[in-house]
Design a protein around this ligand. Sequence first.
Ligand SMILES: Cc1cc2nc3c(=O)[nH]c(=O)nc-3n(C[C@H](O)[C@H](O)[C@H](O)COP(=O)(O)OP(=O)(O)OC[C@H]3O[C@@H](n4cnc5c(N)ncnc54)[C@H](O)[C@@H]3O)c2cc1C
Length: 397
Amino acid sequence: MSDNDNFRAEAAAWLETHCPASMRRPIVAEEMVWGGSRLSFLNDDQRLWFERCRERGWFAPGWPREYGGGGLSSKQARIVEEEMARLGCRQPQYNLGVWMLGPVLLEVGTEAQKREHLIPMMRGERRWCQGFSEPNAGSDLASLKTSAKRVSDAEGEAYIVNGSKIWTSYGDQSDWMYALVRTDASARKQQGISFVLIDMHAPGVSVKPIELISGKSSFCEVFFDNVRVPVRQLVGQEGEGWAVAKKLLQHERAAMSKFAEGGAPSHDALAVARPYLEDASPAQAAVWRDRLAAVLMDAHAFALTHERVTAQAMARQDVSGPASIMKLLQTEQEVAKYELLTQVMGLRGLSWEGEEFSQLEHDVCRQWLLSKTYTIGGGTSEVQLNIIAKRVLGLPG
Ligand SMILES: Cc1cc2nc3c(=O)[nH]c(=O)nc-3n(C[C@H](O)[C@H](O)[C@H](O)COP(=O)(O)OP(=O)(O)OC[C@H]3O[C@@H](n4cnc5c(N)ncnc54)[C@H](O)[C@@H]3O)c2cc1C
């Protein structure tokens, strides 16, 4: 056996022993364990799984040990991810910091920033939100207007931030925000933008949750009124935040395209559909089987493509184009899968609440609705198509 095979066997054995059975069921939004100062657990299994992974550095198996990661090579870290997916293990900690900001800080952060921010992420103590979108800057993100004026006074060098962000997921639950701000209003659109880290508890930050028609929402508006952000919280160079954000968005798209691998709520389409197919008329069942086969083949093709893109990333090839392709495909495939499952379930697929429905029916119904948001967050499907047209296919703008 090769070293990698040995490592795979070891990782699988550790996961078999240490991941409680209840942490191998498909995740639903209510059961996600978000790190941060409000960390809480619904049961002992959640706590155990969280603590065991934290101790081993497996919130981020590939990060260096000195910042609390697992210290594994990128190949080994990938093996851990694959084994977790194979066994259906849930993510032990959900945190935008770990998925998106962390890899960027590892690449372009200062040593002081890495120490200040990565270690609390790896302890599960600091939850991050993303402050990119503004009321008139969503797809056209470079139109953002939140300003950051540099000052130097008795307290030291800082930016004074004014403006607001919108659609900030879990802004009210987060400890810190990574944000794009305009440090130079006179420069061309993308050039006057900087990437800063903002303490959500700093004076002048206020958060207002946005209510949605479903009665539930993770969305917030965040307002900045003369918020002081020390210059040491600038990531990369002043005015070059767009390049930092592009790096981060690649990680966001990669994280979103990993949904099929157990990173986020997802169901085994065949297992869910089978009992309903048995109850359907032969003619109807034949149509569903056909569509189910297409969903499964797409998922398989996606998994193979994902393998290839991961290998390219590990070989340090530019995967900015493929990241958009993967984000587009995976999120659209999730929508197609849940559209099909809710149709196969018939009226039982519309089981938002009610005791007459099973837990699985509730979960599938919620995932059906949630899956639609995946095609908007992290850049809409249309925006991904634009990127693919321009960067991958080389078509004119
Ligand atoms: C679940 C979820 C979580 C989110 N979390 C966050 C967060 O934490 N932080 C954050 O900053 N933002 C967040 N967002 C916001 C998200 O990034 C924006 O919603 C997204 O970028 C689209 O911007 P918009 O809503 O302003 O829509 P618009 O940009 O106004 O787009 C409206 C429609 O026009 C289409 N469109 C726009 N421009 C083009 C174009 N050039 N070509 C073709 N079609 C186009 C879009 O595809 C879309 O269908 C989240 C969104 C969702 C759904």
